[in-house]
Design a protein around this ligand. Structure first.
Ligand code: PGA
Length: 212
């Protein structure tokens, strides 16, 4: 796998720990791997402790042999939003597309920051976080520190273009969203349900997330 699409959040941390261990054991090699992350908060510089760029540095990039120039990220402080979104789409295309897109899922069924109501054909775009997502993400921020209201995110259409998709979900809080994703109607009200349209998706869930 040469081009990876990567998520942030609590769910992938164990996977990233395993990837780091794999590199240390000499079983994994990131020297020819390119990465694109799903999303970034608008308004946060890359070194901000809560930026997703910083999260990825601390949880994966700083501990594996990936080349700095092979890491692409949506800017939290773009000069122009439309231009930054277009740049990202072109950069993904220029590398031949994403081979494996890894995803988490929000309690409201979001993938990336594609909240309920987002077009299932959407490309990389500016997105408004729902109150539920802001509340869920508050735990990463200090008391009195505000979660950004806006982000840049790959669109649902961007995600569906990946050759293969792996979605991870754990815990009872994800059970409703997992059921809607797998057995509900394909609907923009649960953007993860769009994965039903993709030919090569693997979903790994624990018993609590599978309860519904
Ligand atoms: P989590 O986030 O892994 O922190 O639960 C998942 C998501 O919102 O996509």
């Amino acid at each position: 796998c040469r081009v990876l699409g990567l998520p942030t959040g609590s769910t992938p941390v164990a996977l990233y720990k395993e990837a780091i261990a794999g590199v240390r054991r000499g079983e994994l090699d990131f020297s020819a791997v390119h990465t694109f992350n799903l999303d970034e908060y608008l308004g946060l510089p890359p070194e901000h402790p809560q930026s997703y760029r910083r999260f990825m540095a601390e949880n994966l990039f700083n501990h594996v042999n990936i080349k700095a120039e092979n890491i692409d990220f949506l800017s939290g402080l773009p000069a122009g939003i439309a231009a930054e979104c277009a740049r990202y789409e072109k950069a993904i295309q220029a590398l031949g597309g994403i081979d494996l897109q890894i995803l988490g899922i929000g309690r409201d069924g979001h993938i990336g920051f594609n909240e309920p109501g987002t077009s299932l054909a959407s490309r990389t775009h500016e997105a408004t976080l729902t109150q539920e997502t802001i509340a869920d993400n508050q735990r990463f921020f200090g008391a009195g520190e505000e979660v950004p209201r806006w982000s840049l995110t790959m669109g649902v259409g961007t995600i569906l273009d990946a050759r293969e998709i792996l979605l991870l979900a754990t815990g009872a809080s994800k059970a409703e969203a997992v059921a809607a994703m797998i057995e509900g109607p394909v609907s923009s009200l649960c953007t993860a349900s769009a994965l039903q349209l993709h030919a090569k998706v693997t979903i790994i869930i624990d018993a609590a997330a599978a309860a519904r």
